[in-house]
Design a protein around this ligand. Structure first.
Ligand SMILES: [Zn+2]
Length: 360
């Protein structure tokens, strides 16, 4: 199929050119899709079989990389016309040489290797080869921010940057290749996110969206994560969610009454809070302000934010919980009951996803 091969290579060059010239909109490189061959995406879930990869906090890297890679494949398939090949779709042992030569002999247009980091840091980083082609640089420039954006739809994540390394799968593959390192398996706070199915899904969608952007495919599903459900509260709002907000504002040091009534006094404190956090100062509490205001709370914590959780569980969600500001075993049990009832990870930790669920 020499004609198809030439056409695909030409299409890819056009795609890379489209990314290099900012004036061209995304998708214009494939303005005439009838002449462009279907792009070939090679997805490489790191490790597998007898090679667990990094291990920590009860997690194995090989399981996480497979979960992300399979969901990345599914998200690409569901939204764009691409051919996909994977180095493994189960718990299979694969050598590095197998991975690179399989991608080369298939004639992949791009290669993405999915890994989880270890060694005591935190956050996300991606790698291209030390002598990377222009295509590899373009792929990394597209996929790196797309993945961060996906992750950050669920939680704040440190950006460790776009890096270069002499890794086998980057050096020996003959197409643009990037290797991603999603969080640190040996750091408790990173591992908590890696145990959260919504986080893995958002990470996978970020990988897929980045590939689609690099290929100039356009369209598809630009939403990297779960549906936003933060309520918008403003002057005149009343009820339990307003009380939760007021408790959170008190935790941030604002001085106000917790009465479930978003009146002028609460609005004044919201504006002061928004100013202090360099948010849009409009006195309205939407997703931006909620995300910056909630605080992760777990067994052993105490304070006003804990009261906000207890009050919401008890008065809004009907899970009897003492509102005393002390996150002990009773509150832990209530939180787990709530989480399992909502299909969330039942870990007793109230992070952004559980907060969003409580007030939505
Ligand atoms: Zn790895």
């Amino acid at each position: 199929m020499p004609k198809a091969l030439i056409s695909r290579r030409r299409a890819l060059l056009l795609a890379a050119g489209g990314l290099a010239i900012p004036v061209l909109g995304v998708g214009q490189a494939f303005a005439n899709p009838t002449t462009a061959a279907t792009p070939r995406v090679y997805i490489d879930p790191g490790h597998g079989g007898s090679d667990s990869g990094a291990v920590g906090n009860g997690l194995l890297e090989k399981d996480l990389t497979l979960s992300i890679a399979l969901q990345m494949r599914d998200h690409l398939k569901a939204n764009w016309n691409v051919d996909i090949r994977m180095s493994r779709t189960g718990d299979t042992t694969r050598s590095l040489a197998y991975r690179s030569s399989d991608a080369n002999s298939w004639g992949a247009d791009l290669f993405v290797s999915v890994h989880i980091n270890a060694g005591g840091g935190t956050g996300f980083e991606s790698f291209r080869y030390t002598s990377a082609s222009a295509g590899a640089v373009a792929l990394q420039n597209a996929i790196h921010p797309a993945i961060l954006s996906g992750m950050r739809s669920v939680s704040s994540v440190t950006d460790r940057g776009k890096k270069a390394a002499n890794f086998h799968v980057l050096r020996e593959t003959r197409m643009p290749a990037v290797l991603t390192e999603t969080l640190f398996i040996d750091r408790a706070s990173d591992a908590a996110l890696l145990k959260n199915p919504a986080f893995l899904t958002a990470t996978a969608k970020g990988h897929a969206n980045g590939v689609a952007q690099y290929l100039g495919l356009g369209g598809g599903d630009p939403d990297p994560g779960p549906d936003p459900a933060w309520p918008t509260l403003r002057k005149g709002s009343t009820g339990e969610d307003v009380k939760t907000l007021q408790y959170l504002l008190k935790e941030h040091g604002r001085d106000l009454l917790v009465d479930g009534d978003f009146g002028p006094a609460t609005e004044t404190e919201v504006r002061a809070h928004q100013t202090a956090l360099s948010l849009t100062v409009d006195g309205v509490v939407g997703a931006e302000t909620w995300k910056a205001t909630v605080m992760t709370r777990r067994n052993g914590d105490d304070g006003e934010a804990v009261k906000g959780i207890q009050s919401s569980l008890s008065a809004k969600h009907g899970i009897s919980t003492v509102v005393d500001g002390d996150f002990g075993p009773g509150t832990d049990s209530s939180v787990r009951t709530y989480q399992s009832g909502k299909g969330l990870v039942s870990d007793g930790v109230v992070g952004p996803i559980t907060w969003e669920s409580l007030v939505s």
